[in-house]
Design a protein around this ligand. Structure first.
Ligand code: GDP
Ligand code: GDP
Length: 439
C-alpha cells in the first residue's frame, strides 16, 4: 500500500530539480495556486510510469572532498536512508568528473538499488553519451533528457524494477476492513501530536496496528467516539512508544506523506506558542498537494497570554490566507480544550469531501456563476462554459466543458471554485476544476 520512495542524487546543475518537476508535474495543477509554498520543493508525489511513487530531491551533494565531509550532510543521509531506490544523475554534456565518483562511492554505501542516469542527452547518441559512465561501476547507465522528457518514464520503471519485491510481506492491517473516517495527525516534532492523539482516543482501550516493513510507517489506531468509528493514523508513534519504551519517533516527511495518502482528513498540528516555521509550511504544502480534507490545530493555546493570542491569530490568518479553506482550531491538547470541536470539524470536512453533487445542481450553479460574471473575451471571442459534471470526490473535482478554456485566466477559476465551494458547502477540502475543450 505504501508508495516506493525514490531519491534523486547528483552534483549541482546536473538537472535534479528539472527531473523532480517533471516527475511530480501531475500534482502541480493543485499546488500552482499556492505560490508561497512551491519555492523550495524537495518532496513530491507523482506517476509518469506504471506506478505512483514519492520522490525526494536530495539537493546539495557537491562531490568535493575538502573540508568537513560534505557528503555526510545529515539531510542527504536521512533521505537516502528512507529511500527504496536511488536515481543518480550525471551531466552527459560535461562528461564524467571526479565529483561524480565521490558521490558514486557514497551512494554505494547505502546498498540500495541505483539507476545511473546520463542527463541532457537530447540530440546525442545515447550509446556514446553513456559509454564513459560505465566506469562508475553502477551498472548500465541510461541516457535521458529531463528537460525534454526523453526516457524519463522508462527510467522510473527501470528503477522500480530494481527494487526488491515486497508483495510477499503480509500486511496485518487492511484499511478497508475498518469503516469510518481515517484521520492522519501530522506536524513537526514537539508540537503536541502525541498529546493530542492520546486526548482524541481518550481512555478507550485500543489495539494499535503496526505495519510490518520499515520504521517509517505510521501506526493505525481504530477507535470509536460517540458510537462512530474512526481510524487514527499516528505519525508520532505514540502507541508504539507505549510498548517499546525507549523508542523515540524520528520525524520523517515521507512518513507524513504516506499517512496523508492513507487518510481522508488531515489534522496538521502547529505549535501556537512558536508560530509558523518553515517545516510547518512544508507540511502544509504537502497537505494541500495531497488533496485531502484539512484541519489546522493550533496547539498549546493555554501557553499564551491574551496579547500573544491576538498576535498569533493575526499572524496565522495572514500567512495562511492561501489555505483559507482549512479551518483553524485553537486548542490545548494538554488540557483537552477545543478537542471536541476539532472532531466536529473532522466530521464536517469528511462529509464535504465525499458529498455527491448532482449534475443538474452543478450546471445550475455554473449557469448562475457565468451570468453573474461573464468569462472574459479572448481575441474578440467570449470564452463559453457549456456544462459541468463531477469528475471525482475527495477532493471534489469539477469538469467544465467549453471553448477556449485553456485561455481562461486563473482568477476566473478561483472565482468558480469559490462559487462552487459556497453553493455545495465544500468546507475544509480543496476543490479543483478541470477544463475540457469542446468547440
Ligand atoms: P540541479 O542543480 O541538479 O537541480 O539542476 P537543475 O535542474 O537546476 O538544472 C541545471 C541546469 O541544467 C538548468 O539550466 C537546466 O535548464 C539544465 N538542464 C536540466 N535538464 C536538462 C536537460 O535534459 N537538457 C539540457 N540541455 N539542459 C538541462
Ligand atoms: P509530538 O512530538 O508532536 O508528539 O509532541 P508531544 O505530544 O510529545 O508534546 C511535546 C511537548 O509539548 C510535551 O512536553 C507536551 O507536554 C507539551 N504539550 C503538548 N500539548 C500541549 C499543550 O496543549 N499545551 C502545553 N502547554 N504543552 C503541550
Amino acid at each position: 500500500m505504501s508508495k516506493p520512495v525514490i531519491a534523486l542524487v547528483g552534483r549541482p546543475n546536473v538537472g535534479k530539480s528539472t527531473l523532480f518537476n517533471r516527475l511530480t508535474r501531475t500534482r502541480d495543477a493543485i499546488v500552482a495556486d499556492y505560490p508561497g509554498l512551491t519555492r523550495d520543493r524537495q518532496y513530491g508525489t507523482g506517476r509518469v510510469g506504471k506506478e505512483p511513487y514519492i520522490v525526494v530531491d536530495t539537493g546539495g551533494l557537491s562531490g568535493e572532498t575538502d573540508g568537513v565531509d560534505p557528503l555526510m550532510a545529515g539531510q542527504v543521509r536521512a533521505a537516502l536512508d528512507e529511500a527504496d531506490a536511488v536515481l543518480f544523475l550525471v551531466d552527459g554534456r560535461q562528461g564524467l568528473i571526479p565529483g561524480d565518483e565521490v558521490i558514486a562511492n557514497y551512494v554505494r554505501q547505502f546498498d540500495k538499488p541505483v539507476q545511473l542516469l546520463v542527463n541532457k542527452a537530447e540530440g546525442y547518441d545515447h550509446d556514446i553519451a553513456n559509454s564513459e559512465f560505465f566506469r562508475l561501476g553502477l551498472g548500465e547507465p541510461m541516457a535521458i533528457s529531463s528537460a525534454h522528457g526523453d526516457n524519463v518514464a522508462a527510467a522510473i520503471d527501470k528503477v522500480l524494477e530494481l527494487m526488491p519485491d515486497k508483495s510477499h510481506i503480509e500486511e496485518d492491517f487492511d484499511l478497508d476492513d475498518h469503516p469510518g473516517v481515517r484521520v492522519a495527525v501530522i506536524g513537526r516534532p514537539n508540537v503536541g501530536k502525541s498529546t493530542l492523539i492520546n486526548r482524541m482516543i481518550g481512555e478507550e482501550r485500543v489495539v494499535a496496528f503496526d505495519m510490518p516493513g520499515t520504521t517509517r510507517d505510521s501506526i493505525f489506531v481504530p477507535f470509536e467516539r460517540n458510537g462512530k468509528p474512526y481510524t487514527l493514523i499516528d505519525t508520532a508513534g505514540v502507541r508504539r512508544r507505549k510498548n517499546i519504551k525507549e523508542k523515540v519517533e524520528k520525524f520523517s516527511i515521507v512518513k507524513a506523506i504516506e499517512a496523508m495518502d492513507d487518510s481522508h482528513v488531515v489534522i496538521l498540528v502547529i505549535d501556537g506558542s512558536e508560530g509558523l516555521t518553515d517545516q510547518d509550511l512544508t507540511l502544509l504544502g504537502l497537505a494541500i498537494e495531497s488533496g485531502r480534507g484539512l484541519v489546522l490545530a493550533v496547539n498549546k493555546w493555554d501557553n499564551l497570554s491574551t496579547d500573544q493570542r491576538e498576535w498569533v491569530k493575526n499572524e496565522l490568518s495572514f500567512r495562511l490566507r492561501f489555505a483559507d479553506y482549512a479551518k483553524q482550531h485553537l486548542i490545548s491538547a494538554l488540557h483537552g480544550t477545543g478537542v471536541g470541536d476539532l472532531f466536529k470539524t473532522v466530521d464536517a470536512v469528511h462529509q464535504a469531501a465525499f458529498k455527491r453533487v448532482s449534475t443538474s445542481d452543478l450546471n445550475r450553479v455554473l449557469e448562475q456563476a457565468v451570468l453573474d460574471h461573464q468569462p472574459p473575451l479572448i481575441a474578440g471571442r467570449r470564452v463559453k462554459l457549456r456544462y459541468a459534471h463531477l469528475g471525482g470526490l475527495n477532493p471534489p473535482r469539477v469538469i467544465v466543458h467549453g471553448n477556449q478554456v485553456d485561455k481562461l485566466p486563473d482568477a476566473y477559476t478561483k472565482y468558480l471554485v469559490n462559487v462552487f465551494r459556497k453553493a455545495f458547502k465544500w468546507v475544509g477540502t480543496p476543490v479543483t476544476i478541470e477544463y475540457k475543450a469542446s468547440e
